[in-house]
Design a protein around this ligand. Structure first.
Ligand code: NAD
Ligand code: ZN
Length: 246
């Protein structure tokens, strides 16, 4: 299997960042065991108490900053940079794919081919200017829009939100056009994201599931690679050889 084999979509979930130490939202040690999402991760909570919701997201930002991209993130970034038709569609909001790319090339990542289905901890948005990047650190650079004065909302798909239709359409287009679809570290239970797996299958892609265990959608995949993202991505997707000098 190589990145020369055609257009590839890597569809990543929380398991992609597990080896970096980013906490999951569900299951043992998951955030929603500790915090009620109704108080911290929905539009209604934000309207009731924006400061409390922003404090919570600053904690998430600080935690993610204390973690680092692992070999699997770096490898995907290198594959994307190698010019192969490699796209990443992620359910993660931690920005690790872009950070790996930024740290590797020292330049802002080209984010066109990292589709963030559920938004990003590293953007805020307001009614007047839409989504804007905020990479300030653990704390948000500002909590209110300087133009319209509105409280800046984390640009994350919260509970009870719908996905941005343009972002979903971009993911669907990439998936319809891919020859190889690799799901990495997703339990495939959160919709509509999970629906991208049967979409890839119906579109005729070769399907690989990379996960430490089976999921409810394992039957849709042709191959099941059991192991971790950090080990298997570099091992199974060698970087293309550089073209020989003319
Ligand atoms: P999930 O927690 O439901 O499932 C994680 C999957 O990863 C499991 O199937 C598990 O077996 C697998 N896994 C664990 N460690 C792995 C490893 N090292 N290598 C490969 N696979 C591994 O995650 P999900 O399917 O992404 O759904 C969770 C939802 O919560 C998503 O919608 C996402 O937006 C959000 N979320 C995001 C983050 C983040 O940004 N890092 C973290 C937690 C949750
Ligand atoms: Zn504004």
């Amino acid at each position: 299997m190589s990145a020369r084999d055609g257009r590839i979509v890597f569809f990543t979930g929380a398991g992609m960042s597990a080896e970096s130490g980013v906490p999951t939202y569900r299951g043992r040690g998951g955030i929603w065991g500790q915090y009620r999402w109704e108080d911290f991760a929905c539009q209604r909570a934000f309207e009731r108490d924006p400061e409390k919701v922003l404090d919570f997201h600053e904690q998430r930002r600080a935690h993610v900053l204390a973690c680092a991209p692992h070999a699997g993130h770096r490898h995907l970034a290198a594959l994307q940079r190698s010019g192969a038709g490699v796209a990443v569609v992620t359910q993660n909001t931690d920005g690790m794919h872009q950070r790996a790319a930024r740290e590797a090339c020292g330049a802002p990542a080209d984010v066109r081919d990292v589709v963030e289905l559920h938004g990003s901890l590293w953007r805020v948005r307001c009614p007047c200017s839409g989504a804007v990047e905020d990479l300030a650190g653990g704390r948000y650079a500002r909590r209110r829009c300087e133009t319209c004065g509105a409280a800046l909302r984390p640009d994350i798909v919260w509970f009870e939100d719908t996905l941005d239709a343009r972002v979903l359409a971009r993911a669907e287009a990439l998936i319809r056009g891919c020859e190889l679809f690799v799901a990495v570290g997703t339990s495939a239970v959160v919709y509509p994201a999970a629906g991208l797996i049967p979409l890839a299958r119906a579109a005729g892609a070769r399907m690989i599931e990379l996960n430490v265990e089976d999921t409810g959608m394992s039957h849709l995949f042709h191959e099941h690679w059991r192991g971790t993202a950090g080990d298997l991505l570099p091992e199974r997707f060698p970087l293309p050889e550089p073209a020989p000098a003319p």
